[in-house]
Design a protein around this ligand. Structure first.
Ligand code: DNO
Length: 359
């Protein structure tokens, strides 16, 4: 297991790399070029600059997150081929600089979505929160505006202004896209991208849909164990893999997360994991909790044990944290609470590791 930390880049992330390096046990980052619109080619110069900075801080940069898939690819439009070519070339460029895993998602229009970015907890901390009943009262434009207002001028992943400018047009285009169509478009994409990954030694790792159900009538096809099974079979290659985010899939209490890690770990398809807890509050309603099992609805011990047993070599990172100790920053991506999460997860790992040696 390699414990990493998400980092958005010098201009986009209030947390300096040096601080990340000081968190116990962190060996690398999951990096990104936050300024890059979906569909663009990532230049060697930009990648080199990012990787160089990370190495200068004695950290690794073997995972890149959010090489975003252009909406035309998901929609299956004629224009998709040019964007897929860019994607393939981006993968070649990343491989040249030592990147081993690319985390992406195939969610139509929105990446992860919450109704509140700073929900107040009784202890004075704030967390991300979601209530489907509120979403039912909103239009896509409403949630985009609310999210922008609540995020203190920082962009959120997958919320690039370029994409959201086309919101109404894109929503209309999706009216004719079924779940099966979306999966077919995904297969078309993977059939071109995976051979390139195999050639240059990169693994794709899809991030599940968050929350794990359809939104605003948009189809979502990465929400459950059966969806994951269909995805890994779209192109049957180890390079076509998963970044299992337990908080995303865990938004739906029907998903058995330890079983998912066990099965897809055993099948060699998990290349990365985002580990965080979530507290179910009722149908379609949840809040993000501290990482500890005792604070949320997921059993983090069983999840870590499943990873340790079935896919011990993957990249892991703590995921969204609460804002505590007066920290201000990118919603979901504070320093303090994620650092606590990283340390807790490593405590679980050490316990599982030592227990496994005793039996
Ligand atoms: C949320 C993140 C996601 C993820 C993307 C990958 O916290 O994990 O934004 O990075 O979906 O493309």
């Amino acid at each position: 297991m390699k414990m990493t930390f998400r980092w958005y880049g010098e201009d986009a992330d209030p947390i300096p790399l040096q601080y990340i390096r000081q968190i116990p046990g962190i060996t690398g980052i999951m990096g990104t070029l936050d300024f890059m619109p979906a569909g663009e080619l990532w230049s060697k110069e930009d990648i080199k600059a990012l990787v160089g900075q990370v190495h200068d801080n004695a950290l690794e940069c073997e995972v890149i997150e959010s090489v975003n898939v252009h909406e035309d690819i998901k929609l299956g439009l004629d224009t998709r081929d040019g964007y897929i070519d860019n994607y393939c070339q981006t993968i070649r460029h990343l491989a040249e600089f030592g990147v081993k895993v690319v985390v992406y998602n195939f969610m139509p229009v929105f990446d992860w979505l919450r109704t509140e970015l700073a929900h107040e907890n009784p202890d004075g901390s704030t967390c991300l929160y979601y209530d489907d009943a509120e979403i039912q009262q909103m239009t896509p434009r409403d949630i985009v505006n609310k999210t922008a207002e609540d995020s203190d001028g920082l962009t959120l992943p997958g919320w690039e202004p370029e994409r959201l400018a086309r919101l109404d047009e894109v929503m209309e285009l999706y009216a004719n896209v079924s779940h099966d169509d979306l999966r077919d478009n995904w297969r078309y994409f993977l059939e071109r991208v995976i051979p390139v990954c195999e050639e240059v030694g990169v693994k794709m790792a899809v991030h599940p849909d968050d929350p794990a159900w359809d939104l605003f009538g948009l189809p979502r096809v990465c929400t459950s164990r059966d969806d994951l099974d269909k995805i890994v079979n779209l192109v049957d290659s180890p390079a076509n893999g998963l970044c299992v985010c337990c908080g995303s899939l865990g938004s739906n209490p029907d998903n058995d997360l330890p079983a998912i890690y066990e099965e897809f770990g055993r099948r060699g398809r998990i290349h990365a994991a985002h580990l965080r807890n979530v507290r179910h509050l009722g149908p379609g309603k949840f809040q993000e909790a501290q990482h500890l099992s005792s604070d949320g609805s997921l059993d983090m011990f069983r999840i870590v044990r499943a990873i340790h047993t079935h896919c011990p070599d993957i990249y892991i990172r703590p995921d969204h944290g609460r804002m505590i100790w007066g920290e201000k920053g990118r919603p979901g991506y504070p320093l303090y609470d994620r650092a606590l999460g990283a340390v807790y997860l490593q405590g679980l790992w050490e316990a599982v590791e030592k227990m496994s040696r005793q039996t």
